[in-house]
Design a protein around this ligand. Structure first.
Ligand SMILES: C[S@@+](CC[C@H](N)C(=O)[O-])C[C@H]1O[C@@H](n2cnc3c(N)ncnc32)[C@H](O)[C@@H]1O
Length: 263
């Protein structure tokens, strides 16, 4: 019997890094008024936007990424427009209710002037009452070098060892190099080894830096949220309360930062 085909690095990224159902629930809760139109910048394989249009009645989405190979996974899906291009350049599309830049991608903007210019344009791409949401990490381990390993189950009885490595980190400039590695095992045999599958060179923006830039870019308010929504009522409505107590963040944290456009 022939073995099933091996996953590629994008399959492994989606299996290891992303949880579109959780993120979609959080984005809807943070918006708070049943948003239907999503924009995903730095979308990669657009896993989130694919889930959004396929799970929310009447939903539509636009996904933008430089990498046409990654974005090709989201082609020809009803309600989903894909744009291969640079998010910092103007891309005409209908305004969105929620605009998301996930998995620390906001760090691709290295200079504050570029960050503010991008956020200003993001503000204009939102419908009134819309939210821009990105994530970042911080705390005492933010500039520590090292690796974290996780075991991820895969189809066909395989599993993946996913390693997240912080290879370089400079607290003087805020620049970090983060690297993802994957090894796929069939039982105990390693059948695929993808070291340095993704290498990211990012500026690690702090919460106050993001807040200041967002307010300067014209947003009406900025809130910080945990990565998962807080609670669900009997009708399945999900709530997310902003974090207001710095003690909640603890020593090391990953959070979402939401900037709201006024109505
Ligand atoms: C860390 S991945 C994020 C994928 C996905 N959004 C997620 O949450 O997992 C970053 C993506 O940003 C894309 N990218 C980097 N700079 C970009 C730019 N200026 N414009 C559009 N895409 C960009 C890369 O091609 C890559 O696919």
């Amino acid at each position: 019997m022939t073995a099933p085909p091996l996953p590629d690095r994008f399959d492994l990224y989606e299996a290891s890094v992303q949880s579109p159902p959780d993120m979609a629930r959080l984005l809807r809760a943070v918006h708070g008024h049943s948003p239907t139109r999503l924009g995903e910048d730095f979308a990669g394989t657009a896993d989130l936007t694919r889930h959004w249009v396929q799970s929310i009645p009447g939903a539509s989405a636009v996904a933008i990424d430089l990498d046409g190979e990654a974005l090709a996974r989201a082609e020809s899906i009803d309600g989903l427009q894909t744009i291969v291009g640079d998010v910092t350049l103007h891309h005409g599309h209908d305004p969105v209710d929620v605009l998301h830049a996930g998995n620390f991608s906001i760090g691709y903007l290295h200079a504050r002037s570029d960050l503010v210019a991008y956020l200003r344009a993001a503000h204009e791409r939102l419908n009134p009452g819309g939210v821009f949401v990105c994530d970042t990490y911080g705390g005492e381990s933010a500039y520590v070098l090292g690796s974290v390993e996780k075991q991820i189950p895969l189809p066909h009885g395989r599993h993946c060892v996913y390693t997240w490595e912080q290879r370089e980190a400079d607290p003087m400039t805020g620049m970090v190099t983060d690297v993802l590695h994957f090894r796929v095992f069939d039982a105990d045999e390693c059948v695929l080894d993808l070291p340095d599958a993704f290498v990211y060179r990012w500026r690690l923006w702090s919460l106050p830096e993001l807040r200041d830039a967002m307010l300067e870019a014209g947003f009406g308010g900025v809130e910080v949220y945990a990565q998962l929504p807080d609670a669900e009522d009997a009708d399945g409505n999900v709530y997310a309360e902003p974090i207001t107590d710095p003690d909640w963040l603890g020593d090391s944290f990953i959070v979402c930062v939401a900037a709201r456009r006024g109505r």
